[in-house]
Design a protein around this ligand. Structure first.
Ligand SMILES: *Cc1c(COP(=O)(O)O)cnc(C)c1O
Length: 396
């Protein structure tokens, strides 16, 4: 089927919730994608920070194939080995002692919100149920997670929202401290705001948030759905600050493209959940676990975190050079392979022009170009991307 037909079929039958780039992709390998007409793209979107090992990584493909032949799904009425193995890997390499599996970032955050409320209900008293979240945050599209998301554009038209949320500016510990009320049971935030435009807080901010949570005996919930699983050059972005949260959520890159989410917590907090309190039919599905296990093992074993840090530093230096050449770039920033340029103009034209020249990037919040390539990206790929950006920005 040609590109035009693929697009027409989708537009005719699929609900109109996405503003899609007019490209129909059919194949991927590493940091490259091909559309239905055979055109090749350098992929600096990676399925929105999902395909961290690159497209169709052989170890992940092999693990999914093998599992599909053995057993695909049995539900959580029964035990399966891969679930325990993935949970053991996640707890071994994080602060956490217990894991709940689900299928997406929004579900992981929904589970985190429920666990925080249940923990507070049992340990802090029935009047402590409020969560403080950050302005310009993004936590997902379910009713609880659009409420947690501090951006009105995601909430507009869906009121009434869930009760028990308040919002403070990100990277402002004094505002956070001032917002804490006798009803506050926890604080939820991203270590680096992703959809908000790759906003990196000051060094020491997360440690300050931890200190505030400790002093007020409330929970610190960290949404690592985008930053987690290697994106910033550590397995979890929180590691840069040495902060241990009480609850952490993961999804996006956890299955390298296979849908899987997880909500992790300390034993102390996880104890608030007992059988019947929360569940997911597909949560911990065997194919998802096979993908997650292969992804985590590859990421940890293959030296990819160090590679991500080196490529991130290389890319950021190149973006600073690009900024020096083009006045439309007001700032370049990033950590690991989560990078961005703030523009003085709308980014949509740049994204479109890059796509025409074979580079996929995306734009958040109108004027921020975001670069989230697979972690396996090489210097020559970064050079190629910079060269296309240079061309496209010439004369703008
Ligand atoms: C993408 C994202 C989510 C939502 O994940 P879905 O899988 O789309 O539900 C939540 N939090 C953050 C930080 C994200 O980047």
């Amino acid at each position: 089927m040609d590109e035009k037909k693929i697009m027409a079929l989708a537009d005719q039958h699929i609900m109109n919730t996405y503003r899609r780039v007019p490209v129909a992709l059919v194949k991927g390998e590493g940091a490259r994608l091909w559309d239905a007409s055979g055109k090749e793209y350098l992929d600096f979107v990676a399925g929105i920070a999902v395909c961290n090992l690159g497209h169709s990584h052989p170890k992940v493909v092999k693990a999914i194939k093998k599992q599909a032949k053995e057993l695909m799904h049995v539900s959580n009425l029964y035990y399966t080995k891969p679930q325990g193995e993935v949970a053991a890997l996640l707890t071994k390499h994080s602060f956490a002692e217990k894991v709940f599996f689900c299928n997406s970032g929004a579900e992981a955050n929904e589970a985190a919100i429920k666990l925080a409320r249940k923990y507070a209900h049992e340990n802090l008293g029935p009047d402590k149920f409020e969560l403080i979240t950050m302005k310009d945050s993004f936590h997902g599209r379910t009713m609880a997670t659009i409420t947690a998301t501090g951006q009105e554009k995601f909430q507009f038209g869906f009121t009434p929202l869930l009760a028990g949320f308040s919002y403070v500016p990100f990277n402002n510990a004094a505002a956070l401290e001032a917002a804490i009320s006798p009803r506050t049971c926890g604080i939820m935030l991203e270590p680096i705001q992703g959809e908000g435009g790759v906003i990196i807080p000051d060094d020491g901010y997360l440690a300050k948030v931890r200190e505030i949570c400790d002093r007020h005996k409330i929970l610190m919930i960290v949404d690592e759905v985008q930053t987690g699983v290697g994106r910033t050059g550590k397995l979890f972005a929180c590691e840069y600050s040495g902060v241990k949260p009480d609850i952490m959520t993961l999804a996006k890159a956890l299955g390298n493209g296979f849908p899987v989410g997880a909500m992790l917590a300390t034993d102390e907090v996880a104890r608030a959940f007992s059988p019947g309190n929360h569940a997911s039919t597909f949560g911990g599905n065997l194919l998802a676990m096979a993908a997650a296990k292969a992804t985590l093992k590859t990421l940890i074993k293959d030296g990819l975190l160090g590679h991500c840090q080196r490529m991130g530093d290389y890319f950021l230096a190149k973006l600073q050079d690009l900024k020096a050449r083009h006045a439309i770039i007001s700032e370049a920033r990033g950590r690991g392979l989560m990078l961005a340029c703030s523009l003085t103009i709308d980014g949509a034209d740049i994204v479109r022009a890059c796509q025409e020249k074979g580079l996929l990037i995306n734009c958040t919040g109108g004027k921020t170009l975001r670069f989230i390539p697979p972690l396996i990206v090489e210097e020559k790929d970064i050079d190629a991307a910079i060269s296309i950006l240079d061309d496209v920005m010439e004369g703008k």
